[in-house]
Design a protein around this ligand. Sequence first.
Ligand code: PLP
Length: 460
Amino acid sequence: MTHADTVLDLIGRTPLVRLNRLVDPATMATVLVKMEQLNPGGSVKDRMAVNMIRRAEEAGLIKPGATIVESTSGNTGLGLAMTCAVRGYRCVFTIPDKMSKEKIDMLKAYGAEVIITRTDLDHDHPESYVQVAKRIARETPGAFYTDQYENMTNPEAHYLTTGPEIWEDTDGKIDALVGGIGTGGTISGSAKYLREQAAKAGRELKVICPDPEGSIYKDMLEKGTHEPPSIYRVEGIGHDFMVGTLDFGVIDEVRNVSDKDSFITARRLAREEGIFCGGSTGTAVFGALEVARELGPGKLVVCILCDSGDRYLSKCFDDDWMKDMGYLGATERLGTVREVMQFKDRHVEFAQPDETLVTVAHRMNQFGISQMPVARTNGDGFFMIHESDLLQSLVDGRCAPSDTAVAVAKPMQGIVSLDDPLSRVQRIFDEDNIAVVVENDVVTGIISKIDVVEFLAARS
Ligand SMILES: Cc1ncc(COP(=O)(O)O)c(C=O)c1O
């Protein structure tokens, strides 16, 4: 009979999954994502939560009937609450009010007591979530403050499990590790182990941490000092003070990512890869895609995902919230290129490369169009003839009507794919171009402003 003794035995050994639709194999490295949202508590924090409790029990710091206290952005609390439910401890968590309602409700569902504090307080303010938690631990008999920001059994959990799993599941062929920094436990522990193995194997390993704009970590890594932190909406990563569990010695680079890019990427991950995770995963994946472009084909990037998207249904997965926050322009709610194409005639008039300008002009007039893509031969790039260039070249005598199309053709702008949101088409129109739909390297549609107007009018 095979079974786990407790749900805690299901923590770890999470799989790696390759990204397909977000990665262009022709220009980018392979990206494998570590599915930490599949841990039983729904996040990467389960690993350190159970390890902090086990180590404290081993050290005799926790006795039966103890009260576990922690300051958390939610996920550490969920990992601890799950562990306390199994181990029979009471648990009390402080959490800033910027965190999602779903997280607070889930903590209570595990039986935790939750104290919500203000987000906009400095970390040493007596009413900040860290200081309130410390005070509760001091004032509660039999309490143990796990202190995830200074507790070295946090990164130890990832040195003992996450790192080895990644090395084993990539057969040691990893070129870059990408992951966020909250306490820094995940990335510091994993990177320490992977660097040791890579050194033994004589391999290079890059460790890159995408971090929210407004967090201090990039400045601290680069300068050792930091600008005043500012509030950002991504949850669980970034910070406004330095923590003991973060080891900059194993990190090559911290790069900033905007809240908008993080949330949009998290939504794309769900809609284009079927992987449902939160905003901080969006931050990590946004960075991982950048790194994959920089490294190019033949290299391997591993990105550590953080938590499940079910905690953010009222946030980045809610169109109204995204719109209200200005991350989702009105147009994004209005559909995709595919929807417009389903609505309009897909016929495209091409100019032949050797067709004379006079016949091209004649056909443009005949079809009432002012641009024409040039038919491609032997894998040439994408080119377009614009009425304005045609006119200009004849007026200033650079071309004669008998010259061929290629004489005035320009590299094509405004290429979109079917799943691109209409906001992208809007930006192309703002650059005074039409949108050209390319599927599998073939021009399959042209979208003009009037096409979108008609689509929107019909849909409304
Ligand atoms: C959603 C989310 N992402 C990422 C992290 C970062 O993990 P770590 O604290 O190990 O750096 C956290 C940590 O709480 C988190 O909650």
